[in-house]
Design a protein around this ligand. Structure first.
Ligand code: IVH
Length: 686
């Protein structure tokens, strides 16, 4: 193995199986090393393109010598076949839950009981964050990931092995640096989604007109319990491990030592925020501190967990039926508030999905004014019996869209009226199609102006045809004026019609037409994305363009052919095939080609990567971008956007309200710039 973990393999010159084996082993070791640096330590040593190069070499060799492939090769995080239902796994030792408390007095009595039982004056505790995700158990056999399961009822969980294998932060093979992992190791932890990834996921789902997840926990649970692992693979799941449930001959003395061992095997832990606490006052202090830190953390926590640090003392204390006596969860007060539900709007999405949204009397929850909240679907409203005029309980998880938890029935005065979900589309009046379980409602009219509006806006969006100046308002104006009623009309707009419009001068009319003209030169990947096929995001569109190369091949591909494209599973391939089979869509694509779209460039090979090799952290608020847009921007230009400041950060872009990250950057003497400076910097480099 090359010392710097950058093996230099010349794939073309490898002829024999033996040579291949040696090169493959080197490549796999190096990739595992870099995976660990990138996904677990968040401290990469090589650029993404160097990493891609190693992966490409390994894939090429595995293709040339198929018998060399192994299940735990880094190329094999594919997930396997979709299943009818998840299997079950019996936990070797039951997965317990934790007793939950909300008051300092309860912590004091927990401490008292521990002291009494152990006959000690002061107890050393280990305090950890309580991650708000989904508990999982991983079994490693001879260092290789064997099975992964959810908690289930504590005795038997669901087999999510195929899904967990797609999580990059989960090593398929353990490292053995200081202490070798035992031949059989059972560890437990929490799978979660970061706030930023959650926001991004929901933004994409909104764009794709798919239902939104209520909070990161639901998103993590829904993603992990997927029947189709290729869908899980596309979800940004993260993991923290916090417990060794079984590990022969390990001889661990403390909880802290467990975490350190887990980390040494390459498993992701949260040592950084965990802390030794001596006595109850330090526990209460930790709780207070973490509550203050809560909003700044990149992931959701709903409290802290206190564990007796000594494993021997843990054993002495033992367990009750469902929870251990040596640990408790001290939860934060939930971020909820009550307010009045004034009315319900029904929004029409790009593919016609009808989503109910609550209009609320404004209320402040944890410093954020909340006026609207999601009601998800007709079934939710009925199940919870939410009525207009009700005082309702609203919950806000982190930065996410608030949701209506339930009505407060005791506060009804009889004036509340049930909400009848409209039987027809609120925009075009076509009869709505409501599924039997009432979990989804659609407007089936693809000419519905609300749908057309959203489709045009999506078509023109930055990741689509990038027609600057054609946003929500402009598109609506053009539709209201009768100038467009389909995407195809964009390419037949006339200067004379545009200049006459309100807020349109000669200059903006010309600018818009120029932008539209320019969009004809866009690449195939952007065009496929712009069509707005359900489930086809930027990454999928790029895979299609890269692997099938021409529009003709994509639109003629069978579902089986589409399934062979990377990261495309049964659901999305079926959506694509159905989309192109629909005669109106065929006609639209033909009309666009006729209008002069040149799609000969399959996808934008980003030759300009002014930010290549740079890791950038954004902090505070930005004028131009949301956090996820800033991340997109950096990544498009070849850089990496990280969420926390460390020694490997190259620069910090700080806006108003920047806090601890800025302080840390100053301490580390990093380059700090404003948003404008940063743009200048980028522009100078390209
Ligand atoms: S220890 C017997 N540590 O909280 C000890 N649990 O109600 C079992 N959780 O199901 C768990 N963060 O999903 C532990 N640092 C942490 C945790 C944690 C979150 C979850 C876990 C568990 C639930 C307990």
């Amino acid at each position: 193995m090359a010392k710097d973990h950058r093996p230099d393999v010349n794939v073309d010159s490898i002829e024999s199986y033996e040579q291949a084996e040696e090169a493959v082993n080197e490549l796999r070791d190096a990739i595992r090393y870099h995976n660990h640096r990138y996904y677990v330590l968040d401290d990469p040593e090589i650029s993404d393109s160097e990493y891609d190069g190693l992966m490409r070499d390994l894939m090429a060799l595995e293709k040339k010598f198929p018998e060399i492939k192994t299940e735990d090769s880094p190329t094999q995080r594919v997930g396997g076949e979709p299943r009818e239902e998840l299997g079950t796994v019996e936990h070797p030792i039951p997965m317990m839950s934790l007793k939950t408390v909300y008051e300092p007095d309860d912590v004091r009595s927990f401490d008292r009981t521990c002291r009494d039982e152990l006959g000690k004056g002061d107890i050393v505790y280990y305090a950890e964050l309580k991650f708000d995700g989904l508990a999982v158990e991983l079994v490693y056999q001879e260092g290789h990931l064997l099975v992964a399961s959810t908690r289930g009822d504590g005795q038997v969980g669901e087999d999510v092995s195929a899904n967990v294998r797609t999580i990059s932060q989960v090593p398929l093979v353990l490292r053995s640096v200081e202490v070798a992992p035992p031949s059989r190791l059972v560890v437990r932890g929490e799978v979660y989604i970061t706030k930023q990834d959650f926001e991004e996921l929901n933004r994409k789902r909104e764009e794709e007109d798919e239902g939104l997840f209520a909070n990161p926990r639901n998103a993590a649970a829904g993603s992990l319990r997927q029947l189709d692992p290729s869908i899980t693979k596309q979800r940004p799941l993260s993991i923290f491990l916090y417990q060794i449930a079984e590990g022969e001959d390990l001889d661990i003395e403390t909880q802290r030592q467990s975490l350190k061992l887990l980390a040494s095997w390459g498993l992701r832990t949260n040592l950084e925020r965990s802390r030794i606490c001596r006595g109850v006052d330090e526990l209460l202090e930790y709780h207070q501190e973490m509550q203050e830190l809560r909003d700044e953390l990149p992931y959701e926590i709903d409290g802290v967990v206190f564990k007796v640090n000594s494993i021997e003392d843990q054993k002495r204390l033992g367990s009750r039926t469902r929870d251990p006596r040596w640990a408790i969860a001290y939860k934060f007060a939930p971020r909820q508030a009550t307010t009045k539900l004034l009315s319900v709007d029904v929004q029409v999405g790009r593919t016609g999905r009808l989503t109910p949204v609550a209009n609320l009397e404004p209320v402040n929850i944890g410093g954020v004014e909340v006026k609207r909240a999601s009601l998800h679907n007709p079934s939710e409203i009925e199940r919870k019996d939410i009525r207009v005029g009700d005082v309702v309980l609203i919950e806000r998880a982190g930065d996410v869209i608030p949701q209506v938890v339930k009505p407060i029935e005791s506060r009804r005065d009889g004036s509340e009226v049930s909400f009848d979900f409209p039987q027809s589309c609120p925009v075009c009046g076509t009869s709505a199609v409501i599924s039997d379980d009432k979990k989804s409602a659609y407007c089936p009219n693809i000419d519905c102006p609300a749908q057309v509006h959203r489709r045009v806006v999506h078509f023109a969006s930055r990741d689509g045809m990038d027609i600057e100046g054609l946003g929500t308002k402009r598109t609506k104006q053009l539709m209201d004026e009768g100038l467009i009623d389909s995407i195809r009309d964009l390419y037949h707009l006339h200067f004379n019609n545009l200049v006459e419009l309100e807020r349109f001068g000669e200059k903006s009319a010309k600018a818009l037409l120029d932008e539209i003209e320019k969009s004809k030169e866009k690449n195939l990947a952007s065009f496929i994305y712009a069509l707005g096929i359900p489930g086809v995001g930027v990454a999928t569109a790029r895979s299609l363009a890269r692997e099938l190369e021409t529009l003709e091949r994509i639109r003629r591909a069978t579902q089986e052919e589409l399934m062979r494209v990377s990261d495309i599973g049964p659901e999305v391939s079926s959506n694509i095939a159905l989309f192109f089979a629909e005669s109106r869509n065929e006609a639209l694509v033909d009309a666009l080609l006729e209008a002069g779209l040149d799609l000969s460039n399959p996808y934008l090979e980003v030759s300009e990567k002014p930010l290549e090799g740079l890791t950038i952290v954004f902090t505070g608020s930005m004028e131009r971008w949301s956090r996820s847009e800033a991340k997109d921007f950096v990544e498009r230009l070849g850089g990496k956007a990280a969420s926390s400041v460390s020694g490997s950060t190259d620069m910090v872009v700080a806006g108003p309200g920047a806090g601890s990250k800025l302080t840390k950057a100053e301490e580390l003497g990093l380059k700090i710039m404003s948003e404008d400076d940063f743009l200048d910097f980028v522009n100078k480099r390209r």
